[in-house]
Ligand binder design. Sequence first.
Ligand code: SF4
Ligand code: SF4
Length: 138
Amino acid sequence: MLKLFGEIIGNLRRKPVTIDVPFEKVEVEELYRGLEFLDLDKCIGCGACALDCPAAAIEMVEFKEVNRKLPVFIIGRCVFCAQCEDTCPYDAIKMTKEVPRPFFPFEEERMRIEPKELRPLEKRPQPKPLPPPPPAKR
Ligand code: SF4
Ligand code: SF4
């Protein structure tokens, strides 16, 4: 009985081994793949990422602010395979180390990453002009 009592007191003094997500930061491995980041200055809305996603976790949604479709990531379906990052021909998707918050099965469809800070195409940074070609050799 005394031994059991000692164990209870010992356990009460110990720090919890669990992490209080999302209030505490989770340390992840170097190769961990977390939430997707969409670079709006690079994405042209071609939809290739949505076509290639094996989990049907990308929906192309029309955004009036930019007058075109952009990918919305349905985190509840995502398997974090990074296929979208590989597929994007414009290097617009990056897998971050951000850990998604835990969610209930009924929330699956609601767990989405929508594009933020939407800017019309003409207000996006313009690519630098290419240097002039070298003179032709004769
Ligand atoms: S993220 Fe890349 S592949 Fe997906 S719509 Fe934008 S440009 Fe196309
Ligand atoms: S990481 Fe994989 S499952 Fe998730 S959105 Fe990208 S392609 Fe789809």
